[in-house]
Design a protein around this ligand. Structure first.
Ligand SMILES: C[S@@+](CC[C@H](N)C(=O)[O-])C[C@H]1O[C@@H](n2cnc3c(N)ncnc32)[C@H](O)[C@@H]1O
Length: 223
């Protein structure tokens, strides 16, 4: 994407009522006004579902279309990417979809304890190199952040093309004695995955599918 186009999207994001772009400083000083108040933002008590590293936000918009009784928030640091999802949600008048521009590392500072019901992690960079372990979105320190913001029975969904990340996550969950509700290492070949897994495809997923890569899925709990 050219820089002119990016600038145009950044400008438009500022005018979108479903886009929230807090300053890092505001979050770090615990002055982010929506922390603990997301229900007020949506104007209802419905459960809150996050998509981490949402890119263009296919899951956020796709799930919001299907379930008006839940609120969905796509999170990514790249605003020019989620501009697509935010624009679609506005065009389709989906009041239950929003986008938050922030670092996932700050997740437990933008949501309060027990404020979130479900988390989707869609095709994250697997961060295979050992020195990149700290950036893996299912490492122990991210799991602790998710535990903090999730309700007691909250669920995490990981959909990835990376056999490495799939295996790493299963191994870690097993080692920690956490509950794996469902796992499938090739969702389009082996039956049994929920409709959300089969019925919504992301931008990155479509590219992996064209290359014939199996898509994996794990649904798990962190407490
Ligand atoms: C490989 S892309 C996948 C995008 C989308 N989920 C899909 O499947 O098409 C990973 C996304 O995660 C975002 N991301 C990676 N690390 C992040 C972080 N620490 N905080 C916020 N966003 C992050 C990137 O900007 C990118 O859009």
């Amino acid at each position: 994407m050219g820089s002119k186009n990016k600038l145009k999207r950044f400008k438009e994001n500022e005018t979108f009522k479903n886009v929230i772009q807090p300053k890092r400083e505001e979050i770090e000083k615990n002055m982010f006004p929506l922390k603990g108040k997301w229900k007020e933002f949506f104007g209802n008590d419905n459960p809150i579902v996050l998509e981490l590293g949402c890119g263009k936000g296919e899951y956020t918009v796709g799930l919001a279309r299907q379930d008006s009784q839940k609120n969905f928030i796509g999170i990514d640091i790249k605003g020019a990417r989620f501009w697509r999802g935010a624009k679609s949600a506005l065009e389709e008048s989906l009041p239950n979809a929003a986008f938050l521009r922030t670092q996932i590392e700050l997740i437990d500072q933008v949501f309060a304890e027990n404020e979130v019901s479900e988390i989707w992690i869609t095709f994250p960079d697997p961060q295979i190199k050992y020195k990149r372990t700290k950036h893996r979105l299912t490492n122990q320190s991210f799991l602790a952040r998710y535990r903090h913001i999730l309700i007691e029975d909250g669920v995490v969904h990981l959909k990835t093309d990376s056999e490495f990340l799939h295996g790493y996550t299963l191994g870690l969950l097993h080692g920690l004695g956490l509950d794996v509700c469902y796992a499938n290492h090739d969702v389009y070949k082996n039956e049994g995955s929920p409709w959300e897994v089969l019925g919504i495809q992301t931008f990155y997923e479509q590219q992996y599918l064209e290359k014939g890569k199996p898509i994996t899925y794990i649904q798990f709990k962190v407490s």
